[in-house]
Write a protein that binds this ligand. Structure first.
Ligand code: NDP
Length: 279
């Protein structure tokens, strides 16, 4: 039997529809406020920032979009972050990555007030995540856990393999899976036998950035497979890190690209912003 496809678009819509209703029911003028900051003209960043602004409008959030030129200095960007930290209308601040090379991402992310860090990248929030304390969870990892839970499969006790160890996806998703009591293995570019790990995995999360790296023959029958990868190939289309055709024949559940993790990331950003507003 082919894998059941996990419909990220549908689950994301359920989340955003719920938020829209909550905002519509608010009394007075107060509403969740999100500031999105972009530096430079990276086309992917332009499109991400625009879609976040559009989603804010759709949900009735207060939204601020700051678009700064490539040559903006680190000092200027830090000043803007400080202003947004102090602005009571803003509950969430997102600085779109990557930043130009002359600006330290580490410094800028650490300058965002942890309470407004709706991307969950601040060292304080990542530390709380590792300690299994209340925190703002990074949007993509948070969305991935929701997708896994949507299958009805119990995470506790399962073998989970995360392929990729970035600070924005791999490591936080591994921490979340551990907090859900999975037995977690993290694989990366120096892993010697990826297939031997994947063959034991009931849950697989792939966040590498290499089209079709994972094929069906590497997976355990019935596994829940979450494909985070977004690779734009010569055909102009978006491809995941998992070879959909072969994986579909082996996996129990599988996310498509596009339409899987992507819509969940933005829905979780909106959820984090609402929660920052409400807390
Ligand atoms: P990074 O480039 O930061 O990390 C990639 C990871 O993959 C690294 O840990 C690297 O290992 C590992 N890796 C590289 N080659 C292999 C290999 N052959 N086998 C096993 N592991 C390997 O990427 P990100 O985490 O930022 O993003 C990963 C993908 O997810 C990208 O396609 C990105 O576009 C997508 N993405 C999608 C989002 C969404 O909302 N849909 C959000 C964020 C990311 P090492 O550490 O050893 O170098």
């Amino acid at each position: 039997m082919p894998a059941q496809i996990i419909d990220g678009k549908k689950i994301a819509k359920q989340i955003t529809e719920g938020l829209k209703k909550k905002v519509a029911a608010l009394q007075g003028d107060a509403r969740p406020g999100l500031a999105v900051v972009r530096v430079g003209d990276d086309p992917a960043s332009v499109s991400y920032v625009n879609s976040k602004e559009k989603k804010c409008k759709e949900l009735g959030y207060y939204s601020v979009k700051k678009e700064l030129p490539e040559e903006t200095s680190e000092k200027e960007l830090l000043k803007l972050v400080a202003e947004l930290n102090a602005d009571p209308r803003i509950h969430g601040i997102l600085v779109q990555l990557p930043l130009p090379k002359h600006i330290s991402e580490q410094k800028v992310l650490a300058a965002i007030s942890p309470e407004k860090d709706v991307d969950g990248f601040h060292p304080m929030n990542l530390g709380r995540l590792l300690r299994h304390e209340k925190t703002i969870e990074s949007c993509t990892p948070k969305g991935i856990i929701k997708l896994i839970k949507s299958t009805g499969i119990e995470i506790a006790g399962k073998n989970a393999v995360v392929v990729g160890r970035s600070n924005i996806v791999g490591k936080p998703v591994a921490a979340l899976l551990l907090n859900e009591n999975a037995t977690v293995t993290i694989c990366h570019s120096k892993t010697t036998d990826l297939t031997s790990h994947l063959k034991q995995a009931d849950i697989v999360v792939v966040a590498v950035g290499q089209a079709s790296l994972i094929t069906g023959d590497m997976l355990k029958k019935g596994a829940v497979v979450i494909d985070v990868g977004t690779n734009r190939l010569e055909d102009g289309k978006l491809h995941g890190d998992v070879d959909f055709e072969s994986a579909e024949k082996v996996a129990g559940f599988l996310t498509p690209v596009p339409g899987g993790v992507g819509p969940m990331t933005i829905a979780c950003l909106m959820e984090n912003t609402y929660e920052a507003f409400a807390s």
